[in-house]
Design a protein around this ligand. Structure first.
Ligand SMILES: C[S@@+](CC[C@H](N)C(=O)[O-])C[C@H]1O[C@@H](n2cnc3c(N)ncnc32)[C@H](O)[C@@H]1O
Length: 267
């Protein structure tokens, strides 16, 4: 799989955190389910450079210990742990894939499982493993910021549909869940017995986020050309038009994301 760049995670962090304000009711429900259990153990899967911890830690009114897990040693090595936060008692970093999650957990622990912007990068097998760990151990889980594949741009452009279709096809390459991830994981968790709530955490972007939008547009066009080289002229023209609109302050972009909260009766 293509590695994720730290610069991309830095660029998107502010938009991610703003989008997650929409899912505060899910955080409240998670906190309620935890009762007065302290410290809460939290495992952040695909932690990257630590954005999920940076957002979530201050919003949990309980003392916490965190495990940041990622298969990319370079990214996790740069994770800016929220250790300065008084309720974060410890943060450990583990270089491991999601397939090692089950063996990492000891039988007595019942951590909160969390992740952000990860589920679309999983295969169906990996999603099944994750759902099995969560449901069989009766763990609470907050799985955030999964892209849904729904992208709205204003003004509209007749080439948007081709761009979206080709981009989403690329995200499903090699058996990855891509835009099907949120629905698939929610369903797997329901089937395994969790109580599942899904809420929107869309990016709402405009001229104020011009550097992120520019990178998003360039990456989107690049992926389209990689997936369908014949679409290069159309994708390049689309990109040029979109960049010009962005420069003129005319472009607004909504990128669909979803958060999933999974609880069990015991959680
Ligand atoms: C888009 S980044 C999100 C990083 C971070 N959670 C954030 O919100 O900024 C996806 C992360 O998931 C990690 N990842 C993807 N598949 C993984 C797997 N199977 N096991 C562990 N980490 C994985 C990548 O290395 C990357 O750090």
């Amino acid at each position: 799989m293509r590695p994720i760049r730290a610069s991309w995670l830095t660029l998107r962090r502010e938009a991610d955190h703003r989008a997650r304000e929409h899912s505060l009711p899910l955080v409240d429900a998670l906190v309620e389910s935890l009762g007065h259990r302290e410290p809460v153990e939290i495992v952040d899967i695909g932690a990257g450079t630590g954005s999920n911890q940076a957002w979530l830690a201050p919003r949990l009114p309980l003392t916490q210990t965190w495990t940041l897990l990622d298969h990319d040693a370079g990214l996790i090595g740069q994770a800016t742990a929220a250790q300065g936060h008084p309720r974060v008692l410890a943060t450990r970093r583990v270089v491991a894939g999601i397939g090692q999650l089950d063996e990492m957990l000891d039988d007595e622990s019942s951590p909160v499982i969390t992740c952000s912007a990860v589920l679309d990068l999983l295969t169906l097998d990996q999603a099944r493993q994750l759902a099995r760990v969560i449901a069989s151990r009766r763990l609470p889980a907050l799985l955030s910021l999964t892209v849904t594949g729904e992208v709205g741009m204003s003004p509209e452009d007749p080439r948007d549909a081709m761009v979206a279709e080709t981009f989403n096809a690329h995200q499903r390459r090699d058996g990855l869940l891509g835009p099907d991830a949120a629905g698939t994981v929610a369903e797997l968790l329901r089937e395994a017995g969790s109580r599942v709530t899904v809420g929107p955490t869309d990016w709402e972007l405009g001229p104020e986020q011009a550097p992120l939008v520019e990178r998003y547009l360039r990456d989107r066009a690049g992926v389209v050309v990689e997936h369908a080289p014949d679409a290069e002229p159309e994708a390049s023209a689309w990109l040029a038009e979109r960049l010009a609109q962005l420069e003129r302050g005319e472009l607004r972009v909504t990128v669909g994301h979803a958060d999933i909260l999974a609880l069990t009766e015991a959680a």
